[in-house]
Design a protein around this ligand. Structure first.
Ligand SMILES: [Zn+2]
Length: 707
């Protein structure tokens, strides 16, 4: 591995600790080796707590909605699961990503161009966290910022803490932490606008100490990446007890369930929340929310779940759409994966000018988007996606830094399965009102159009790569739709309910742990052992790799098989048939054919039809459907290993049309235009035509990527 040219700078020497425990760095990425059975305490069983509760927090946040600050105190209870004493700990201090141009986050934003809608911070709008003290038994710990991923030395998103006293192997520690947050103007999922606050990435959160057999680790290893623009989540499971203090008149919503009624304190009203078995906490504080919309899920697959939507009064239609979408998603995910084990979920619809805090996910708490009723369909799509993160990354707590496709992509795929019987409509504002909006889209047309290598070349980055070492925002964006397409095609290849069983097994085995790409692969294999080779090959080609798929029909011809001049055998004798003889015979038989009406065939002579198919890229299971003029049809399998095939038919009827992938199972194919041909003209899928030469698709893409 050469030194990282990207991000610039090199990993700081201070990253290394005296405990002899390495820290994952810039080169970390997709995991190919399955985790051990006992990883993270083994599969969760009946009666035990849902998670192993490695890092639990008692947090108190005093919010000043005028200054946009949080005065925070934190008591962290942390278990040293390793077999050695640990004196050095590492914390995420991610609010510092918004401190100024020297952060890794801002450096990546400059490199990639912009983040989502591209809100830039100005004077007085920067955000940061100032960790004032970390104490162990009343004794202060030493602190300094380090850059494990080789980000700029000015990055302050990872804090190294050296304790006065080592925590023994298998021991536990309680630390007292004081911090001050200055929230940024809403820029990327967190911050304020006016008196609205979405408070996320706001407290010092300890990194994950992984052990041998966990996500490819060969021994104890800290996993605590810098705050990168395209990823945010990887933390230990624990219990969170949270007191949020805000002025009277402000509505407060948070991860977790309320404990009692708000009570008076000198600084304001104290709102108490508690949630076991989650791995992060975020909250909102605003004096502009309408009274919450409430509903719930009572159905198969999960215990009762209360749903509450906090929304601005002018977005009531969005609030209702978000409520219904959440309940519908609870039903789909509960039934297709496994139970949603929490008692409540809170949805926030951000106000106008705070949309950049929309499309954001925490367990039991997420944000959607809002607008006029014209965007209800988009609200539904975004809500399903953000709720879906409650499973993919929430319950199945993969590492978003190193394997973002496991939450963004797998979630997008599962959402698409849920929404495939609905029409997607997208409102683009005034162009739509003038009638220039895009047509309603089928979700798989949408995923195919955005996820199938439009330029006709392989993706520069496989979907299984990490979040920061990406050629461009575009190749990172492929993590969403391209994953959906890759998994769609795998499901079609396997057929039946193999994938449905595999994903239930993935949930059962890995909920409340930290699965890797290899763990997903092996769950799918174990649910469909007969297809093990197919699944593993597909992961190598399309998950860890990015093989192009491009099968094409490049020739379809049909010709009558006419008698030919020359020496031929006739009644045991060789005779010579002249061109005149042939012409006469052809004319006679045509005349007879015309007299005697016939059976739907085009003439008295049979046809020789030739279809030539060519494989321009990777091998995939492929079917050719050939339809003949007399209504007959044949389905043929592309011979394994052949790069091209010439199919020749001699039949009374000519070929009417030929089509590769007639069932639409291979959305990965870069060019569906050449998958089908009639003799006269191409058969054109309407969506690709609609996409050509228009910009609405790009608008949509920039909106959808990084939800
Ligand atoms: Zn997402």
């Amino acid at each position: 591995m050469t030194a990282p040219a990207d991000p610039t700078g090199s990993r700081s020497a201070e990253v290394d600790n005296a405990d002899g425990i390495p820290v994952a760095g810039w080169e970390a990425g997709a995991v190919r080796r399955a985790s051990a059975q006992d990883a993270w305490g083994g599969q969760r069983g009946d009666g035990a707590p849902l998670s192993d509760r490695v890092a639990s927090y008692e947090l108190r946040a005093v919010v000043d909605p005028v200054k946009h600050t949080v005065e925070g105190t934190e008591k962290l209870h942390w278990k040293n699961r390793s077999d050695r004493a640990v004196r050095t700990l590492y914390f995420h201090t991610y609010l510092n990503g918004f401190a100024g141009p020297g952060s890794t986050w801002m450096t990546e934003k400059a490199r990639f161009g912009q983040f989502r809608s591209g809100v830039d911070l100005e004077a007085g709008q920067w955000g940061y966290i100032d960790v004032q003290s970390v104490a162990q038994g009343g004794r202060a710990a030493a602190m300094r910022y380090v850059q494990p991923d080789g980000g700029p030395p000015t990055d302050r998103s990872v804090l190294r803490v050296d304790l006065p006293e080592a925590i023994p192997a298998g021991g536990e520690a309680s630390l007292d932490i004081k911090f001050h947050d200055q929230l940024p103007r809403v820029t990327a999922r967190t911050g304020w606008f006016g008196s609205y606050h979405l408070v996320a990435q706001w407290f010092p959160k300890i990194g994950v100490l992984e052990l041998a057999g966990e996500r490819g680790a060969e021994g104890p290893r800290w996993n605590v990446h810098e705050f990168h623009m395209h990823s945010e989540f990887y933390a230990d499971w624990g219990s969170y007890d949270l007191e949020i203090v805000a002025p009277r008149g402000f509505t407060v919503g948070s991860v977790g369930g309320r404990v009692g009624e708000p009570r008076e304190a000198p600084e304001g009203l104290v709102h108490h929340f508690h949630q076991d078995d989650v791995h992060d906490v975020a909250f909102t504080v605003w004096d502009g929310f309408a009274p919450p919309l409430r509903g719930g899920y009572d159905g198969p697959g999960s215990p009762h779940v209360d749903v509450q939507v906090l929304y601005p009064p002018e977005y009531d239609s969005s609030g209702r759409a978000a409520l219904q979408a959440t309940i519908d998603a609870l039903r789909y995910f509960s039934q297709t994966l496994g139970p949603y084990p929490y008692k409540q979920v809170t949805v926030v619809v951000p106000p106008f000018n705070a949309t950049e805090s929309g499309g954001m996910e925490y367990e039991t708490f997420f944000t959607s988007i809002g607008g006029s009723d014209a965007v209800d369909a988009l609200v539904r799509y975004v809500t399903v996606h953000e709720f879906g993160h409650g499973y993919f990354m929430g319950l199945l707590a993969s590492n978003e830094f190193e394997e973002p496709f496991l939450d963004e992509g797998i979630n997008e795929w599962w959402d698409s399965r849920m929404l495939e019987n609905e029409q997607l409509t997208f409102d683009l504002g005034w162009p739509s009102r003038l009638g220039f909006g895009p047509p309603p889209l089928h979700i798989w047309d949408f995923q195919w159009t955005t996820g199938s290598n439009l330029p006709g070349r392989p993706l520069a980055d496989p979907i299984a790569g990490n979040s920061w070492h990406r050629m461009s925002s575009g190749t990172y964006g492929a993590v969403y739709a391209h994953t959906a397409v890759v998994m769609h095609d795998l499901e079609k290849q396997l057929g039946g309910d193999a994938i449905a069983r595999g994903m239930k097994l993935y949930y059962a085995r890995w909920h409340h742990r930290h699965p890797s790409a290899a763990d997903l692969r092996e769950a799918l294999v174990d649910a469909a052992p007969d297809a093990a080779e197919t699944i593993r090959r597909w992961f190598d080609q399309q998950v860890y790799g990015a093989d192009l798929v491009d099968d094409a029909i490049d020739e379809v011809t049909s010709e009558e098989i006419l008698p030919q001049p020359g020496r031929v055998e006739n009644d045991g004798k060789i005779v010579e048939r002249t061109a005149d003889d042939v012409a006469r015979e052809v004319a006679d038989r045509r005349a007879a054919f015309d007299r005697e009406r016939h059976d739907g065939t085009d003439g008295p002579f049979p046809f020789r039809s030739v279809i030539r198919t060519q494989r321009h890229a990777a091998e995939v299971p492929q079917t050719l459907l050939v339809e003949f003029a007399d209504g007959s049809a044949v389905r043929l399998a592309w011979p394994v290993g052949e790069r091209w095939h010439r199919w020749v038919f001699e039949k009374p009827a000519r070929v009417k049309q030929a089509r590769l992938d007639p069932a639409g199972s291979i959305l990965l194919d870069v060019n569906k235009l050449d998958d089908g041909r009639t003799r006269e003209s191409h058969h054109l899928p309407a969506v690709r035509l609609a996409a050509d030469g228009t910009t609405w698709l790009e608008t949509l893409l920039s909106l959808v990527s990084s939800l």
